[in-house]
Design a protein around this ligand. Sequence first.
Ligand SMILES: [Zn+2]
Ligand SMILES: [Zn+2]
Length: 387
Amino acid sequence: MGGRVIAAYPTPGTFLSEIYGGTTGRHHFDPFSDWSDSIKDDRGRVRLHKARCAFFQGSFDFGDLKKSYRMWVDLAEFGKLNVIKDGVVIETIISKLPKRGNDIYRWKLKKRLGFLESLGDSNFFNPKCRNLHGAKTRMLFITLTWDPKTCDLETAWSGHKTEKIVGGDPYNPTRNSQSKCLGKHYFAHVKGCPCVSCRWNRWITAMRKRYGRIKVLRNFEAFGESAVDGKVHADGYPHVHAVLLFEDHSFAVSYRDQSKHFRILRADKDDISNLWQFHVDIEACYSAQGAMGYIKKYLLKTYGKKQVKNVHRIDKDNSELTVALLWLFRKQSFAVSGGWSSDLITYGVTQTDISDFCDLVFEWAGVFTAEELNIDSNTWSLVIPGG
Ligand SMILES: [Zn+2]
Ligand SMILES: [Zn+2]
């Protein structure tokens, strides 16, 4: 698969037979014959840290990774909260937890992207007009690609981190040392870090320096798998898709290419491309709603909504690998910059009179599977009186 060296998976069973020389006296004795057991906890749930371990040791290929992700996301898990009054559990609240790629996650995602519809439409130019003379746009769809020869897969997604201390040098604290976390250690990406998030941050900062205010909706994606042909492929490496709305600048639309995409002037394209180290593709958008609608469909598809079809630029395999890698590297796939419509992005928060809760104690009882709670796995939330 794309040049990755896949070692045979060493099951604990192999080790047992190495130790006992196959003399345990039991035929086919192999308590871990199913490789997936090695990434599950003692309650049979796939755990990310175990999958990360298996992947980084090199015993996993992309196929194994996708399978692990599937097993993880397909297992519904529920948070359980006991509501206690005067030392007695008066009710138990059970709520399905969002996992990237499950139904409740998509529901939240849709809610978060709901503001796109309220933006109203801006038409920058008429796409049906044959003569583009004078056509301008303030919205670009940009793809920033990657060269896999520059670093390994983990570096491309996770980068290089260094340990830091809140408040800086404890013997020479900075002025802003009121923080409660003062002196705590944390990990931060190094200066000039080559990962996709840091590269993106540097690029968009440079873009804003050059063009002024820009509103952004950006998305990370993995390149799909290619056939083995001895060449280096970008399989699983990240790339970026982003819709940019320029508030202080507009671009002349120069032509429509064979694939029917509108393009900006060569000189403008070069200016933008020069700020990114690898290949850059730029399309001129003629309407805001069109571009936004595309991004929304694209994200829902990436997060496993099967009904979304014909999304240009991705196929099924690609979206599955993308979400599996985002899971593996703990990456948020998409980000919305401020300023689109900040009050609409915030979730609707229900106001509740706090005095109602005064004599109640909430106790987090843990995370359970539907089987453990003896409930239907399609349940989203449930209140059980009396606990
Ligand atoms: Zn980084
Ligand atoms: Zn892509």
